[in-house]
Design a protein around this ligand. Structure first.
Ligand code: NZQ
Ligand code: ZN
Length: 388
């Protein structure tokens, strides 16, 4: 049964080939000083940077560049960004990039007017912002995280070997996000497939929980089928606009709070994957891919009904005279074959994890209780070992 909930999405989206022109409609809503946040330079190579600088200048904005946001943004970088925003009295944080830039912008937005250390306040104590929040806008160039339409901001602390996400409320979500599927054409294949698996796993995390009949799970199945179908087309032809646009739109819906409404959720693949990321700095989607199969095979007996449904509805496995368990196993095998076709990394050892890290990764894994089985420390260790 659907539980009680409220639903509101605070982000305005502009989607399509001409979506960047809508930046002209958004910019006048904010003051003069814009902090232009971007990563390691991909936007300079593919021309997006020049286009955006042109639009900002046409709109009379003063631009304060904040470049070099790394994949898996760090707490040190966050402190730098906060300094830029404070010194220049920033009116709008404009993130141009993937989830890392967008998450980072949100983390800066809640920290500029806050005196406490953001890592301790938001990531260790999970407190909510009480200070004035600087608005964030996003031009997305990499698809997967859903950060363009949610309140999530994940920050990594290499010193304490922790990678933690805080899901903030409506007021921290981007005020607007611009999604042009063509911008994703220049992504290296590794990033494209990592993003595709991130999308798929966001849906799994919200699907593999509960035994009730609710609309959210049916929406989740449709989204999974769409991303699997488009992923195989994009793999053959990365410039297939239809496939890339479907992938981009599915990513947004996979994690914009819709499909978790009224139901319980799991999120343990992300918890283990994030801890792997804290130790290795590996690409987010790859950390998820590497721990998923051992995790799902381990919890499958506890959520057998849903795993059978997943096999039938998402992968077209026919029950015939097979047992429920056989059907469920075939579903996971179909998922594994798809993951192999995409070329995802299926072993944490290939991401740089060594035997001596296993205990620490398990210690850094936040254990949640929404899924089919509350894991023990030993079970996390076992799952990690199976991925070595
Ligand atoms: O830095 P540049 O040079 O721009 O290169 C980036 C980066 O190296 C490159 N890239 C992006 N767009 C490109 C491009 N290269 C060529 N052409 C383009 N159009 O791709 C690399 C990865 O970018 P990044 O932003 O790090 O990837 P992603 O979007 O996967 O973001 C990962 C971060 O988001 C967090 C992850 O933990 C990780 O820190 N997540 C955020 C979530 C949220 N807000 O809800 C949920 C997710 O589960 C996730 O945890
Ligand atoms: Zn993710």
């Amino acid at each position: 049964m659907l539980g009680n909930f409220s639903y509101h999405n605070a982000t305005k989206l502009y989607f399509g080939e001409d979506s960047l022109s809508y930046l002209n409609e958004e910019l006048p809503k904010y003051g003069k000083n814009v902090q232009l946040i971007y990563g390691g330079g991909s936007i300079k190579k593919n021309g997006i940077y020049d286009e955006i600088i042109g639009i900002l200048k046409e709109n009379g904005k003063e631009i304060f560049e904040d470049a070099g946001v790394m994949p898996n943004p760090t707490v040190e970088k966050l402190r730098e960004g906060v300094k830029i925003a404070r010194e220049n009295k920033i009116d709008l944080l404009l993130a141009v990039g993937g989830g890392s830039c967008c998450d980072y912008a949100k983390a800066v937005s809640v920290s500029v007017n806050c005196e406490e250390d953001p890592w301790e306040k938001y990531y260790l104590r999970f407190e909510e912002p009480e200070c004035e929040i600087v608005p964030v806008g996003c031009v997305l160039t990499m698809t997967g995280t859903g950060s363009e339409m949610n309140g999530g901001a994940v920050i990594t602390n290499h010193e304490s070997k922790l990678k933690i996400g805080h899901v903030f409320g409506d007021e921290v979500m981007p005020k607007f996000s611009i999604l042009n599927p063509k911008y994703t054409f220049s992504l290296p294949k590794k990033q494209m497939v990592a993003g595709i698996y991130d999308i798929f796993n966001h849906i799994c995390e919200q699907y593999f929980s509960g035994e009730d009949d609710n609309t959210s799970d049916y929406i989740a199945e449709a989204l999974m089928k769409s991303v699997v179908n488009s992923s195989l087309i994009a793999l053959e032809n990365p410039e297939d606009y239809e496939a890339r646009s479907n992938i981009m739109w599915t990513a947004t819906w996979a994690l914009n709070t819709l499909i978790s409404r009224g139901k319980s959720t799991d999120w343990m693949v992300h918890m283990i994957g994030q801890s792997v990321g804290a130790y290795t700095d590996a690409t987010h989607g790859m950390t998820l891919a590497a721990v998923s199969l051992p995790y799902y095979r381990f919890i499958m007996p506890y959520g057998l009904k849903k795993f059978k449904r997943f096999a039938e509805e998402v992968w077209g496995i026919r029950a015939e005279d097979k047992s429920d368990r056989e059907v469920a196993e075939e579903g996971l095998l179909a998922m594994e074959n798809w993951m192999k076709k995409l070329g995802l990394t299926l072993k944490i050892s290939e991401l740089g994890v060594t035997e001596d890290m296993i205990e620490g990764i398990a210690d850094g894994t936040i254990i949640l209780d929404g899924g089919y089985k509350v894991l023990t420390h030993e079970e996390v260790v076992k799952i990690l070992r199976e991925s070595m």
